[in-house]
Design a protein around this ligand. Structure first.
Ligand code: HEM
Length: 235
């Protein structure tokens, strides 16, 4: 069994590590999307979800730091693989075969390093805006006083820079996942040519759902949704 350091040093080990960290991030993203879609539900749903997270106390911060570390490891190894590939194949090409079967070359695959770096910067900025943002208190229907994360989100997306900036980054997230989900399967499993095509399609469909699920939030809010409940000045 190779050590983590050995895994970091070998090309195959690095691919497996990007695959594992990528899958963990996809699980987080799906969980996070489900929590955020609460904005469309019961008026208390989003703040209740945030309250549920905050009940974990310091554990929430340990989980956030862990998540950030996973993001950084994923990006670090991803960029090093990309740099190595670039050095080995400086000439652009459309289709090539690799050991594991046919590779999927597309705009999404060629821009993985770019979309990945943008997403990493986005996450740091995003945690600063929302997890560390200035929040008031709100009262749930049962009288519990909680952080009013919902008003913070609605307030933030009144600003067109945030609303359209987020929309743009969510499109990049979709592009990253469109290739990334297939790539994680490639790194972690042995797959046949036929399974590869099916997994690629499933990955692209899942990526579209995730990106659209996220980007409807800033657009919905910017164009006036959710304002009555939050009783704040809206566009
Ligand atoms: C419209 C899109 C999004 C909205 C409205 C949103 C909203 C939020 C909110 C409100 C929090 C703070 C939760 C709390 O403290 O109660 C948060 C935290 C966080 N978000 Fe997002 N988010 C979005 C997209 C994303 C995306 C695409 C990613 C990753 C690529 C992401 C990663 C994180 C991370 C890592 C945290 C800190 C962990 C946590 O508190 O759950 N978010 N987000």
């Amino acid at each position: 069994m190779p050590s983590l350091l050995e895994a970091f040093q070998s090309q195959v080990g690095r691919k497996i590590l990007t695959g594992i960290t990528g899958v963990l991030l996809v699980f987080f993203i799906i969980f996070h999307l489900a929590g955020n879609l609460a904005i469309f539900g019961d008026p208390d749903a989003m703040n209740s979800y945030s309250y549920f997270l905050h009940q974990f106390g310091p554990l929430l911060w340990i989980a956030r730091i862990g998540l950030l570390l996973i993001f950084v490891i994923h990006a670090w190894i991803g960029i090093s693989i990309w740099l190595k590939k670039r050095k080995a194949r400086p000439v652009d090409y459309k289709v090539y075969s690799s050991k594991g079967g046919p590779s999927k070359q597309s705009l999404s695959s060629r821009s993985m390093a770019f979309t990945g770096v943008v997403l990493l910067i986005f996450v740091v900025f995003h945690i600063n805006t929302f997890a560390l943002g200035d929040m008031g208190d709100a009262m749930l229907a049962d009288g519990t006083v909680v952080h009013d994360v919902k008003t913070l989100v609605i307030d933030t997306f009144q600003n067109p820079l945030y609303a359209f900036g987020y929309t743009f980054v969510m499109i990049l997230l979709g592009a990253h996942l469109g290739h990334g989900i297939w790539s994680a399967f490639t790194s972690l499993t042995l797959r046949s040519k036929k399974a590869s095509a099916v997994i690629y399609s499933i990955g692209v469909i899942a990526a579209i759902f995730i990106a659209v699920g996220f980007l409807v939030i800033p657009l919905y809010i910017y164009f006036g949704g959710g304002c009555d409940a939050a009783l704040i000045h809206c566009n």
